[in-house]
Each structure stands twice: as C-alpha cells, then as structure tokens.
Design a protein around this ligand. Structure first.
Ligand code: SF4
Ligand code: SF4
Length: 93
C-alpha cells in the first residue's frame, strides 16, 4: 500500500498530466475513465490513471520519455525516493 494519501490536494500537485511520458494518446484514451473516477471520489477508488505513486502503474503509458516526479510537491512531502511510478510498481531510481 502506498504511503501517499489519495487526496484531491495531492492530485492537484501531481505532475503526471504535464509529463512527456503521459502521451496525448493516453490522455485522450483515459479521459472518460478519469472523469468517472473523479466523480466517484479518488479516495474511494482502487485505481486511477494519474498520481501513480498513490495507486499503481499505468495501463496505457509504456515508454519512459522523462519523469517529472522529482519536481513534484507530493514527492517532497512524502520523502519519495523513486520515480516513474506509472511504469514500475513502487517506481524506480
Ligand atoms: S510517474 Fe513520472 S514518468 Fe510517469 S507520468 Fe508521472 S511524472 Fe511522468
Ligand atoms: S510523485 Fe510523481 S506520480 Fe506522485 S504525485 Fe508527483 S508527479 Fe504524480
């Protein structure tokens, strides 16, 4: 279980949507799921295509084109040591 709380505040700081690895194709493909998940409440769901450090790997992102986790406030707040949480369970160095 991740140590990162699944809160709206944390999601607002998440950089994944600005990240080059989160391709436009993935954003378009996952938008309907993400809207539904937001309506359910992100603290109640088991999976989200975003804030991957708090959930699990992506079902769409499949190539590391750079990671913005190290620039993220959530990364600092929870003393996270890894990055690329969308591609690797628990992230990688
Ligand atoms: S976890 Fe890192 S590589 Fe993956 S989308 Fe987020 S910022 Fe980009
Ligand atoms: S550390 Fe990475 S996955 Fe976690 S909230 Fe920040 S940008 Fe998103």
């Amino acid at each position: 279980m991740s140590i990162v709380d699944r809160t709206k505040e944390n999601l607002e700081h998440c950089k994944c949507l600005s990240c080059p690895s989160y391709t436009t194709t993935c954003k378009i493909k996952e938008m309907p799921h993400n809207i539904l998940d937001m309506m359910k409440g992100i603290e109640k769901i088991d999976d989200l295509e975003g804030m991957f450090c708090a959930y699990s790997t992506s079902r769409c992102i499949d190539e590391d084109k750079g990671c913005l986790c190290s620039e993220c406030e959530v990364h600092e707040k929870y003393d996270l040591e890894n990055q690329s949480y969308c591609l690797y369970d628990g992230g990688t160095y």
